[in-house]
Design a protein around this ligand. Structure first.
Ligand SMILES: [Zn+2]
Length: 168
């Protein structure tokens, strides 16, 4: 692994690059999956299972205790993204010492979920972290290559447009 867990300025502990990472390089694969039953809402599940990422309105992915995903902080100008197989890739080149971050808005399908008061300290900070549906369709479409197919599908359904438009 080309990263280590260390204290973060964003929140608690984070993942920090230890060797140069190229754009598109595989960083890690997250293990663990949980499908919700009909009586649990995704909101309830996210409270019980911190560091989860949602797959659609009924399913969330929960990392195992030693999974790097547990330390992946949010940034509004992130340098990593995840695909539908829970493989995390570098979105751009990452230099040693840089914190590895993801945009939580790329991985959440719950339109009601939001975190107010982002601490990513970036010039492009939105101040609000929420699902891409709550941000804007423009935001979603601009970041399409970095949004897992299952979330693209969920959003396409929401917008009432064919799945082919979002390659999902
Ligand atoms: Zn931010």
């Amino acid at each position: 692994m080309k990263f280590k867990i260390s204290k973060s300025k964003i929140e608690g502990k984070g993942l920090f690059c230890t060797e140069p990472i190229k754009a598109g390089e595989l960083l890690f694969t997250s293990k663990g999956l949980r499908t919700l039953n009909k009586s649990t809402t995704i909101e309830d599940a996210q409270i019980t299972h911190k560091h989860s990422i949602s797959i659609d309105e009924k399913t969330i992915h929960c990392p195992l205790p030693d999974d790097p995903l547990r330390f992946l902080n949010h940034s509004c100008d992130c340098n990593c993204y995840v695909d539908h197989e829970h493989k995390f890739y570098a979105k751009r080149a990452i230099q040693p010492g840089e914190e590895i971050t993801i945009d939580y808005s790329f991985v959440d399908a719950d339109i009601y979920w939001r975190m107010i008061g982002c601490r990513c300290n970036n010039k492009k900070c939105r101040g609000l972290i929420s699902s891409s549906l709550l941000l804007s369709r423009d935001f979603f479409e601009k970041n399409l290559p970095y949004i897992p197919k299952k979330i693209r599908r969920f959003n396409a359904k929401f917008y009432g447009i064919p799945f082919t438009k979002y390659d999902c």
